[in-house]
Write a new protein. Structure first.
Length: 471
């Protein structure tokens, strides 16, 4: 279209548009920058025209920028690239630049400026935030660090501050990001469920919610005014390891941004949070598998001995109950391994119910179990051995089959400084004596000997009823 036929209003498309556009001549001198570019680069309007564009380019990126300009003069059309530019406040910021060669048509009123290089400048802060998040995530950082990076990058003057609420260890509600907990729906480690708050609605409905600041309950309406926000947006994110979803919460400065954020946060930011939560859940499951028996869910042998070592290192006394099922092989032979596996699971659950709340229950292998009882006296330890014999001696049904296994138990108690191997070996020796005595009973090791040796065992009979044995 010729200059004499170009509507004057077309210039407003660039002048009033949100895309940042600047242009410079062959000498690199800026001849134009629209208001969006001036605002993005934080420059004063009177210091744009006449500035050398290459003075704004980071020295480490200058050679690449000049190569692109030189290539364009020969007909190349480079793709958008990331270049660091110096803003008016002196900070170097990465922007995506898309250059184009423009040869303006002659104008009867003004001399033709000659070929220009027009550059569209795009802020990539949010994309950078997500890349930084992925980098931190792939480095193995914990979920709090990942969320802090993501929330900080997505907090902008236009969109407002953002934070993420999620369940931490023990179900304690935690937050990450530049917002205080009360503005993310968290009060003293618990979820705030005040009616009318966006986080309470999002948690109850499972859907993103936007609420104008004027419609919030009084305390949060006042808090919104304090931070200059006109709305609050909450987006729920399912947490595979917990009953409560995580939440992305953002407070935009303008109410008009709220519905836009409902849509945008429910896409890539939500997927990023899901990715971090899934990885945390996978790590927890892998750690559990590494430390627990796959069939019964009890501690495995390696983890059991590691915990005994921790007790010994902390100078804590403990007792060990070594348990072996009495008639387990016939169950496998007669009823099959499926019933045998089910029997082990039933016995594992019964053991957990028969011991104290601080005791450590492990499956050492096959039909052998062990229990560590920290900080208990000999009387308590023996009472638990008796209870285990009684509990595992009760028959139970698996389908149509009656299972009657019973158990023998060896008891040993450490003094501070005894190595874990020696304590377990002493309990194993006492178990051996319980087997020799006719099974379905328990025996006590009088003393803990060197690891691998059998300790002295005191003959102890039990009547089969009551919590205490008699001698």
């Amino acid at each position: 279209m010729g200059a004499d036929r170009t509507p004057t209003w077309l210039a407003s498309i660039v002048e009033q548009g949100r895309d940042a556009v600047a242009a410079f001549g062959p000498d690199g001198i800026l001849v134009y920058a629209n208001p969006a570019a001036i605002d993005l680069l934080r420059l004063r309007p009177d210091e744009v025209v006449g500035t050398n564009a290459f003075d704004l380019v980071h020295p480490d990126d200058l050679e690449r920028a000049l190569a692109n300009i030189g290539g364009m003069a020969q007909g190349a059309r480079p793709l958008p690239g990331l270049i660091r530019l110096r803003r008016g406040d002196g900070e170097w910021v990465v922007y995506e630049l898309t250059p184009s060669v423009i040869d303006p048509e002659p104008d009867r009123a003004e001399p033709r400026p000659g070929p220009l290089t027009a550059v569209t400048i795009r802020d990539t802060a949010q994309q950078d935030a997500q890349w930084r998040f992925l980098t931190v995530l792939s480095s193995g950082a914990d979920v709090r660090q990942c969320f802090t990076v993501l929330a900080g990058g997505l907090s902008t003057p236009t969109d407002g501050p953002l934070a993420i609420a999620y369940d931490g260890p023990g179900g304690v509600r935690l937050t990450a990001g530049p917002l205080p907990p009360d503005l993310v729906g968290v009060a003293e480690g618990e979820v705030d469920r005040t009616v009318g708050t966006p986080w309470a609605t999002a948690l109850s409905t499972g859907q993103p919610v936007a609420v104008a600041a004027d419609d919030l309950p009084a305390p949060w309406a006042e808090r919104a005014a304090e931070i200059g926000a006109e709305a609050c947006v909450a987006v729920p994110v399912p947490d595979p390891s917990g009953a409560r979803p995580a939440l992305i919460v953002q407070w935009p400065a303008r109410r008009a941004m709220a519905d836009i954020l409902v849509e945008s946060l429910a896409r890539r930011p939500r997927q990023a949070v899901i990715l971090a939560l899934d990885r945390r859940d996978a790590q927890r499951r892998l750690e559990h598998l590494a430390h627990h028996d796959a069939l019964t869910g009890l501690l495995n042998r390696a983890r059991f001995f590691a915990r005994l070592t921790e007790l010994a290192s902390a100078g804590r006394a403990y007792g060990v109950l070594y348990v072996d099922l009495d008639r387990f092989k016939p169950v496998n032979d007669r009823l099959g391994h499926v019933v045998g596996d089910h029997t082990l699971v039933v016995c594992a659950r019964r053991l957990e119910r028969a011991v104290g709340p601080g005791d450590l229950v492990a499956r050492l292998g096959g039909d052998e179990f062990a229990i560590a009882c920290p900080d208990v006296g000999q009387d308590v330890l023996e009472a638990r051995a008796a209870r285990i014999v009684d509990t595992l001696g009760q028959p139970f049904r698996i389908g149509d089959d009656l299972v009657d296994v019973g158990a023998s138990v060896g008891v040993a108690r450490t003094e501070v400084g005894d190595p874990p191997d020696a304590v377990v070996a002493a309990a194993d020796g006492a178990l051996y004596e319980a087997k020799r005595a006719g099974r379905s009973t328990w025996r006590r090791a009088v003393a803990v000997g060197p690891a691998g040796s059998r300790a002295d065992v005191e003959a102890v009979r039990w009547s089969g009823s009551g919590p205490r044995p008699f001698r």
